[in-house]
Design a protein around this ligand. Structure first.
Ligand SMILES: C[S@@+](CC[C@H](N)C(=O)[O-])C[C@H]1O[C@@H](n2cnc3c(N)ncnc32)[C@H](O)[C@@H]1O
Length: 236
């Protein structure tokens, strides 16, 4: 079984370089729904949200939200007690379809998509404070320096930050080859292996969280493929 390097290796992902309406990109975003399912990402994020968020109604910011289908699946799992949520979805591409927006509406989630590069957004955050900032399969795109800046900005706008990322492990890297079996295309196969090589292990995200923050940090492997990180204000 191939082992990933002991250090993160960050390389550009094909989905980020293809035009949003390229057929291979469209197919890869559909693959991503299945990749999230086989990684149990939405079940893991749902559990993190249930454990760390008490106060409702909620304002949530999702970073690197993609087409919104990931958070929609989380919202469905959270169920009835979680209506009246305001969700700001930030992504560099305008990907959310009217159908996804309508499905959020049915659940009582009001969605405000923001199309921006996350680093432009952190230079001038304009959307106030959030009860939670969440992110899925996004942080691994960035270098340590970029992550330090991103996490510092995030800690200034929320008392609760929740992330579900790829785990950098031999098992996870080996398993990306099996995504062919669920019909994943070349873009997904490339990006999933690249994501694992850029993924996280140990306390790599905790070490990048701002030292002066008084938040409690929890970072661990969850399930076979996921690296989960939660930062939560001590008084919540
Ligand atoms: C692997 S996809 C994950 C999408 C979604 N979280 C999901 O699980 O389906 C990564 C997303 O990050 C977005 N992204 C990458 N770099 C970005 C940046 N610098 N600023 C904003 N969005 C970015 C991409 O457009 C893409 O939608």
């Amino acid at each position: 079984m191939a082992r990933p390097a002991s250090q993160r290796v960050i390389e550009s992902e094909l989905l980020d370089t293809l035009p949003a309406n390229d057929p291979r990109a469209i197919a890869s975003r559909s693959d991503l729904v299945r990749v999230n399912a086989v990684m149990f990402q939405s079940a893991i994020m749902t559990r993190l949200m249930r454990t760390n968020l008490e106060r409702k109604p909620l304002r949530i910011l999702e970073l690197g939200a993609g087409d919104g289908r990931f958070m929609l699946s989380v919202a469905r799992r959270l169920g009835k007690g979680w209506s009246n949520v305001e969700l700001v979805t930030l992504d560099q591409a305008d990907l959310m379809t009217p159908k996804v927006r309508a499905d959020f509406d049915l659940l009582g989630w009001r969605v405000k998509p923001v199309v921006a590069d996350v680093f432009d957004w952190i230079d001038k955050p304009q959307d106030g404070r959030f009860d939670a900032v969440t992110t899925n399969l996004f942080l691994h795109h960035f270098t340590e320096l970029q992550l330090r800046n991103l996490l510092a900005a995030t800690s200034g706008v929320t008392p609760c930050f929740l992330a579900t990322e790829p785990r950098r492990s031999g098992l996870a890297l080996w398993s990306t080859g099996w995504l062919r079996a669920i019909g994943a295309n070349d873009v997904t196969l490339h990006d999933s292996a690249a994501s694992v090589r850029a993924g996280f292990s140990g306390r790599e995200l905790s070490r990048l969280w701002p030292r002066q923050s008084a938040m409690n940090l929890d970072e661990r492997r969850v399930g076979p493929f996921t690296h989960a990180f939660a930062a939560r204000a001590a008084d919540r």
